[in-house]
Design a protein around this ligand. Structure first.
Ligand code: ATP
Ligand code: MG
Length: 516
């Protein structure tokens, strides 16, 4: 059973044979910070752990020449414990990882179903690992003699962090990791990957630990819907915890499914639900229908559109990307998480069901649906849509049951005719949940959060009113995000220090001059 927040939610860690490495962490995620120093005779591991509780006991484990740090949590502990020689329950997720490393070596990471980033020091090597979805971003800078890894890129950026010092030779090839154009020398690990680095020599090895399934399963309708419901139920249960969970709901089928199964998992205790909208647009009636049906303690938050846009610097700060579509999608969620309250909460969402089920694909032809699913499953990596930092800027921990490793494998691998059937999108999910939700919710067409909250239109309107020619809108949005990224990620400034209106005016001025 998981507790309210994971033992640690982020870290900056540096491994080096040299002692006395200075750490200058920069985190958008809120929390307490604890410095950890480990040494095994061959190298040192210095880290700053970010955590919600008092002392992050369950986030560091050590034995012999090995030390492991884990940010995040695991969802298949009972299965993992059954693999240990004495069948013993490990004290915490990080101790479980240490025991499995002992028994399985690097391939231990192929066993884990979780939402985590790990750094481990073994002898003269360092292991950096992401979960199957790369749902906790993990960044790295490396040169012979020093490896630095962090759950936020800003901790590795030039002035703020421990980035590669001028003149030092960075490891040109960190195979399998993605270079960040906006932060030279910093790479992001891919999803489902372990990077193994010999710190002194700089030699690297890459191990893949997960790939999206390419095969498709043929199942009778009833078996498919049972499988989807049972797998999702298990994923929700593993994420529900002992304290009152909070589910952020739009009233759409995805988040409503998670809310229904969270009510079940809470076993009679009342759960909280929360819906957000703007003054122009909201899905409040639809969310209320679900909340009433499930008898949750429900709240609504209205975020005025102007306030929403003013939080763009926060969205870039948290998600560390300049991708316009991603930031427009994440902006309302950032605003929502900033308003959840001061007490750290465990938040469940309905994020991600559309990707394996082809829910964004609005016509029913199966070849095109298959193509959309395969494309999206092959390209999700590195977008940072799932980053826990988004909710951590408000001090909370978010988790997405639809991207549980087992749920994702089941949903992706169902043959397309189970996804679109009888003229309905996401048929298998809607049918699986039909007994637990109101019929209107089960039959409701999809509406994305950026559509429901009007973010895309509002950002465009702001730029047009600043004088950006409509033909230049997309470019202008990108330039605004780039300017924000430079400030809050590369330079490590706080978003409140950024004059957003001035940034927009500067970009609009540049655009007018380039067109004029
Ligand atoms: P749903 O079917 O639940 O609407 P979706 O695929 O449309 O899902 P997204 O727009 O991708 O969802 O948003 C991801 C998640 O963020 C949702 O599943 C939900 O948990 C949360 N969310 C989206 N919109 C709102 C909102 N207006 N209020 C509260 N939470 C929301
Ligand atoms: Mg929706």
């Amino acid at each position: 059973m998981v507790t309210t927040l994971p033992a640690a939610t982020g870290f900056l860690a540096v491994a080096s044979p040299d002692s006395g490495v200075a750490l200058r962490p920069a985190f958008a995620a809120q929390g307490s910070r604890t410095v950890v120093r480990e040494s095994n005779g061959r190298q040192h591991l210095y880290a700053v752990l970010l955590h919600a509780g008092a002392v992050p006991d369950g986030s560091v484990a050590r034995r012999g020449g090995t030390a492991v740090l884990l940010a995040g949590e695991l969802y298949n502990q009972p299965d993992l414990c059954s693999l240990l020689p004495d069948g013993a329950a490990a004290d915490s997720d990080v101790h479980l990882v240490l025991a499995l490393l002992d028994r399985y070596g690097v391939s231990a990471f192929r066993l884990l179903n979780g939402r985590f980033a790990v750094v481990a020091m073994l002898g003269n090597r360092v292991l950096l690992a992401t979960d199957h979805a790369g749902s906790v971003p993990l960044y790295v800078t490396a040169r012979p003699g020093q490896v630095a890894a962090a759950t936020e890129a800003k901790s590795l950026a030039g002035t703020a962090g421990v980035g590669v010092p001028p003149g030092a030779r960075s490891l040109a090839a960190l195979p399998g990791a993605r270079s960040l154009a906006a932060l030279p020398g910093v790479c992001q690990l891919r999803a489902g990957m372990v990077l193994e680095i010999d710190v002194a020599k700089g030699a690297t090895d890459v191990h893949r630990t997960w790939r999206p399934p390419l095969e498709r399963r043929i199942l009778p309708e009833g078996e498919a819907t049972d499988l989807v419901r049972d797998t999702l139920r298990h994923a929700v249960r593993a994420r529900t915890g002992t304290d009152t969970p909070l589910v952020v709901i739009s009233g759409g089928i995805d988040s409503s499914s998670v809310a229904a199964l969270t009510v079940e998992a809470a076993g009679g205790a009342t759960i909280d639900t929360l819906a957000m909208g703007s003054e122009h647009d909201n899905e409040f009636p639809e969310a209320r229908t679900v909340a009433e049906h499930l008898a949750t303690r429900h709240s609504e938050i209205i975020v005025p559109t102007a306030d929403l846009l003013a939080q763009l610097p926060y969205a870039v700060w948290a998600a560390e990307t300049t991708n316009v579509d991603i930031i427009e999608y994440l902006l309302p969620l950032t605003a929502l998480y900033l308003r959840v309250g001061d007490t750290p909460r465990r938040i469940l969402t309905g994020y991600g069901a559309d990707i394996p089920l082809g829910g964004m694909h609005r016509e029913g032809r199966l070849p095109a649906l298959e193509q959309a699913v395969s494309h999206d499953m092959a390209t999700f990596d590195g977008l940072n849509e799932m980053t826990p930092v988004l909710s951590a800027v408000g001090g909370h921990w978010s988790t997405h049951p639809f991207w549980d490793r087992e749920v994702l494998a089941v949903l992706t691998s169902l043959e397309a005719g189970l996804k679109h059937r009888y003229g309905r999108d996401k048929w298998v999910l809607r049918t699986a949940m039909a007994d637990l939700l109101p019929a209107t919710t089960v039959n409701r067409p999809k509406l994305g959060v950026h559509e429901g909250s009007g973010t895309t239109a509002a950002f465009s309107a702001l730029l047009v009113s600043a004088g950006v020619p409509p033909s230049q809108l997309r470019e202008a949005k990108y330039l605004v995000l780039q300017a924000l990224f430079r400030r809050v990620v590369a330079n490590g400034e706080h978003p409140d220090a950024v004059d957003f209106a001035k940034t927009v005016d500067e970009v609009a001025g540049m655009q007018r001059r380039s067109v004029g």
